[in-house]
Design a protein around this ligand. Sequence first.
Ligand SMILES: Cc1ncc(COP(=O)(O)O)c(C=O)c1O
Length: 384
Amino acid sequence: MDKFKESRRIPSAGPSITETEIELVSKAIKDGWGPKMSYYIDEFTEEFSKYIGMNYCLPTSHCTDAIHLAMLTLNLKSTDEVIVPDMTWVASAAPVIYVGAKPVLVDVDPKSWCITADQIEKSITPNTKAVVVVDLLGNMPEWDEIIKVCKKNNIVIIEDASEGIGATYKGKLAGTFGDISLFSFNATKLIQSGQGGMLCTNNEDTYKSAKLMSHHGMDKPLDGVGKYYWSDVLGYNYGWTNIQAALALAQLRRIDELLSYKKWLFNKYDDGLKSIPSLVLSPSEENVNHTYWITTALINDYGILKEEFKEILDKNNIDIRPIFYPLSAMPPFKNYVQKNMDKVNPVTYELSKYGVCLPNGNNLDDDDVEYICHYFKKALGINN
Ligand SMILES: Cc1ncc(COP(=O)(O)O)c(C=O)c1O
């Protein structure tokens, strides 16, 4: 492995920037002002809406903001509960607390790492108003069963598709299952624009309510008649920028290429790590077309914790990301959980100890993957 001695540091994520991105962003910097101050935001919103097939799409500065807006549209009371998987990025759950409601953190499926209909059903109380279903790490849950349970119990589905863009369940795109669906375009996601998010829905009232709150509660008159700078309700400043939207637009136009690259990378990892007994990368169910946005691995058979594993690879210039900690283990959620959550949500706690995310940058080549696989195996004590 001497040939790798001079290898660059391999980051956990990275963009694919081509002339398409450079041209559109340069245009936005030059002309995206004054009368065109929202031109690229509007273009992206229109093309995204066509791609995803949802009637109403509201761009936001982050997906976290979009989730906050989604929660605001539900008008939740302090006794209301929202079910959220314990295994997800903190932003899937934090907005439930922002609006003063209670997150109920439930376990996930050991194979898909996503929430299940059973877990939702077991956690329903008379106070349950909504569930946040996360298309985790490019994967998707068993949606048919989830929808059945939610319909039966009159529960709103908020689909956090931040990590799932491009994935399909029974041929239907991630982000089309929720009453409200959310996407992220931050600097690690499939479509990267630095920061950015989107709220999508087919419900006009939900859209109008989210839109109003995304801009200080102001409903700017489109016909020029009426009051400018007038807040009907207290709102937020969750608008996006033209320049970021231009970058996202260029990426959206290349989405098939970006998705193909992720499959290529997954197949390379799968091949490079196949000599590791019992290692399964990014498992999914047969109804799902996984995007492999991030290739994941569970190293529980090797007696090494994710943090130790990360440290070893760090020393070899590879930035491997550990999987999330259980939300229920972290201080912001301590008022909403009982003791011994490791016994309540055992799958989440096991995944959290041993789950790792392989570098998923859009700019890795064959040599990088070979280098990563070499040190990945070495860290597990595998020498072939
Ligand atoms: C599952 C999930 N939900 C929400 C978010 C929040 O996205 P943003 O960074 O755009 O606020 C992320 C981003 O990392 C995520 O992975």
